[in-house]
Design a protein around this ligand. Structure first.
Ligand code: RIB
Ligand code: CA
Length: 326
């Protein structure tokens, strides 16, 4: 399946890119960058560092929004480190700047694949500003997107930017709101991979040690970019390990059976104390057609079986002790 990864690298975005590029089921058309965890130029530089690590600098990177639709830009560098990649301070990778910007690339690629009848989906791992700009400039192209899987929001889990809001939707609530409103008007359903399921995906020191044993080079790269994230999670979420949200959106896209959820009408709050909250109408108060599939359960074992076997390039059958490493 053809896919564009829209992201804000970012530590877990980087792990998601590693998973996506190791899946032969996926053709990654390109990576579009949005301001989020990191400012957009830093995010593009971090994406290049990950592509270099994967020996995949053939994948094109396109720069998108430098700030949210209306709100002031607020980064998450406190979580992802001053370099946006866990203060691994990996060497900068010279860039081959694309002349197209992210929205032009999204529009042209989605239209081309729709005309060829092969289709193109979008896995959105950051604030949804680029998708919002696509709606504003080419709503028909937005309607042609085969599937939109968004890491963001939360149904019943507490927020990570406020009591109720998750960062991607909190950082650009107007962008997220426009995407969900447009999905409703175009009869599309956004797959919402929210904190309810991603909080169950914790990379622990034990799992990291196992990764290093299975593939020292890749394991050490993952360790280099996640150490800062481990410290952040101990300090703020009081857990040993780090929640790797974004790779779950990629894993779901490849194998939806690893998660369960339900269809619902979802709105994003754009102001006040609940700004950025994904309001999930699970009891259908508003009697509106669903514009989302909200994920609520995940098979953690199957996620890590996919993540480790693909990213570390080992056969799933060789993960004989994964059960007791988890
Ligand atoms: O709230 C978690 C999400 O916000 C993840 O995508 C993380 O990378 C940040 O973008
Ligand atoms: Ca992200």
């Amino acid at each position: 399946r053809n896919v564009i990864i829209d992201c804000d690298p970012g530590i877990d975005d980087s792990l998601a890119i590693m998973l996506a590029l190791s899946l032969e089921e996926l053709h990654v058309e390109g990576i579009t960058i949005v301001c989020g965890n990191s400012p957009v130029e830093m995010g593009a530089g971090n994406a290049r560092k990950v592509l270099k690590q994967m020996n995949r600098l053939d994948v094109p990177i396109y720069l998108g929004a430098e700030k949210p639709l209306k709100r002031e830009y607020v980064s998450a560098l406190d979580t992802h480190g001053a370099d946006g990649l866990g203060e691994s301070w990996l060497p900068e990778v010279p860039e081959t700047r694309q002349e197209l910007d992210a929205v032009e690339f999204l529009s042209r690629t989605i239209r081309a694949r729709a005309e060829e009848k092969t289709g193109c989906s979008v896995i959105a791992l950051g604030p949804m500003t680029n998708l919002a700009h696509l709606i504003q400039t080419d709503p028909e192209a937005f309607s042609m997107i085969e599937e939109i899987v968004s890491m963001g929001g939360s149904f019943k889990s507490h927020g990570n930017c406020s009591p109720v809001a998750e960062y991607n939707y909190w950082a650009d609530p107007d962008g997220a709101a426009l995407v969900y409103e447009t999905a409703a008007s175009q009869r599309k359903k956004i797959v919402m991979v929210g904190l309810d399921v991603t909080r169950k995906i914790v990379l622990t020191p034990n799992l990291l040690e196992y990764m290093k044993r299975l593939n020292p080079e890749t394991g050490q790269f993952v360790q280099a970019i996640t150490k800062f994230y481990f410290d952040f999670h101990w300090q703020w979420e009081h857990i040993v390990g780090c929640v790797i949200n974004d790779p779950l959106a990629v894993a779901y896209f490849i194998d939806p059976s690893i998660c369960e959820g339900f269809e619902s009408f979802v709105q994003i709050e754009t102001e006040g104390i609940s700004l950025g909250q994904s309001v999930v109408d699970s009891m259908n108060f508003y009697r509106k057609e669903p514009n989302a599939k909200v994920l609520t359960q995940v098979d953690t074992y199957r996620f890590f079986e996919m993540m480790l076997s693909r990213v570390l390039e080992v056969e799933p059958e060789s993960l004989d002790i994964l059960e007791n490493v988890l």
